[in-house]
Design a protein around this ligand. Structure first.
Ligand code: NAD
Length: 357
């Protein structure tokens, strides 16, 4: 296989990645390496026990377990108050994108270093991106200030991730890789990582779904998630991420599941405009074409297929379309209101994608 190579700019992001079963035990050594002794440990309410276990060995650790999806501003304010009260000198996040989002929000305001231990496949841990929700609107920015200093991928932390969430989160990671393959600012390294991310996750997710002892599959999924997240951090995303951002922020839909529903639809929409990307995706999936391969994968894994099932009101389609059409963003195919409306209607109803133009 020969990769397409054009002129490109490649800017690597600084990140120390520690990958392996049991490596959460490295937190103490990493804190010492950063010269920190008073960690604020952040997680969600559901993962509080995990946060407590992580905090246990440290005399001066403080636990904050109210991390919430889409990083609401009021939660960040409370966490900042706790950071100041505890005189924390670093943030340690354990959890999915919600916990890591809060860690980034604290780092943005305080410049404290971060050690993060991801437990889903969302990929936020390796991106300089932060989305925050304030007054009902989710705003995203890119700034190196929020890129975590240390990432510890301990596969054992993902074993408890429920199957439905594993599948949706895995498709979320695939979505980062898919859009990296047609990003305007892609480069041969991100394309290489993206294809490997899709292949790894497409192999791992069915094994997670169908085997009881899935540690090997979980390890492969986590590796794919790292690659997908790295792509997200390095190149610009297109229509798919724009739509999911609008739907998540406007209707408070669950992040990973929204990605799972929309991905095959957007790939079908973009198919004719991004032939190289489609070839890579199909090659990684071992399928005839990209969009049907993604649709079949999601369906076979029991992923949610309709926006209605996620709680989006049908009347919201017009508002979503208006927001998607509003701001310019890079995408291989220009946003066409009529085709996008059809796409959103089909996704809302749970119908298979159409390559109609
Ligand atoms: P999440 O972090 O909200 O986790 C979903 C639920 O699963 C939570 O209740 C959590 O406690 C639970 N959970 C997580 N890991 C678990 C495990 N191993 N075992 C059992 N339960 C577990 O979901 P997510 O999809 O990882 O993150 C979504 C958030 O991340 C959104 O706010 C999204 O915008 C953000 N995000 C940001 C970026 C970025 O680069 N800035 C990238 C991806 C996602």
């Amino acid at each position: 296989m020969t990769r397409e190579v054009h002129a490109f700019v490649y800017s690597a992001l600084p990140s120390r990645v520690i990958f392996g079963a049991g490596r959460r035990a490295d937190v103490a050594a990493e804190l010492a390496r950063l010269g920190c002794a008073r960690p604020l440990i952040v997680t969600t309410h559901d993962q509080r026990m995990l946060g407590e276990a992580l905090a246990h060995p440290f005399r001066d650790a403080t636990l904050f377990s109210d991390a919430t999806m889409h990083t609401p501003w009021d939660v960040t304010q409370r966490a900042l108050h706790e950071t100041a009260r505890a005189r924390a000198d670093c943030v340690v996040a354990i959890g999915g994108g919600s916990s890591i989002g809060l860690s980034k929000a604290i780092a943005l305001q305080t410049d404290l270093p971060q050690i993060v231990l991801p437990t889903t496949y969302a990929g936020s841990e390796v991106t300089p991106i932060i989305g925050e929700t304030r007054d009902g609107e989710k705003r995203t920015q890119r700034t190196p200030k929020v890129l975590p200093e240390v990432v510890i991928y301990d596969v054992e932390l993902t074993l408890s991730l429920p199957l439905a969430m594993s599948v949706a989160s895995g498709l979320n990671a695939i979505a980062h890789a898919v859009e990296a393959l047609y990003a305007e600012d892609r480069n041969p390294i991100t394309s290489m990582m993206a294809e490997d991310a899709i292949a790894s996750l497409a192999k791992a997710l069915p094994n997670i779904a169908h085997t009881s002892d899935s540690i090997d599959a979980r390890r492969l999924a986590q590796y794919g998630a790292w690659l997908g997240g790295t792509c997200l951090g390095m190149v610009g995303m297109g229509l798919h991420h724009k739509i999911c951002h609008v739907l998540g922020g406007t209707f408070d839909l669950p992040h990973a599941q929204t990605h799972a529903v929309m991905l095959a639809h957007v790939v079908a929409y973009n198919a004719a405009a991004a032939p190289h990307a489609m070839t890579s995706i199909a090659r990684a999936l071992h399928t005839k074409d990209a969009w049907s391969g993604l649709h079949d994968l999601a369906k076979s894994l029991g992923a949610p297929l309709s926006l209605e099932a996620l709680g989006m009101p049908e009347a919201g389609i017009d508002h979503a379309l208006e927001l998607v059409m509003r701001n310019a963003y890079s995408n291989p195919r220009a946003p066409e209101a009529r085709a996008l409306r059809i796409m959103l209607e089909r996704a809302w109803k749970g119908e298979p994608p159409a390559t109609a133009d």
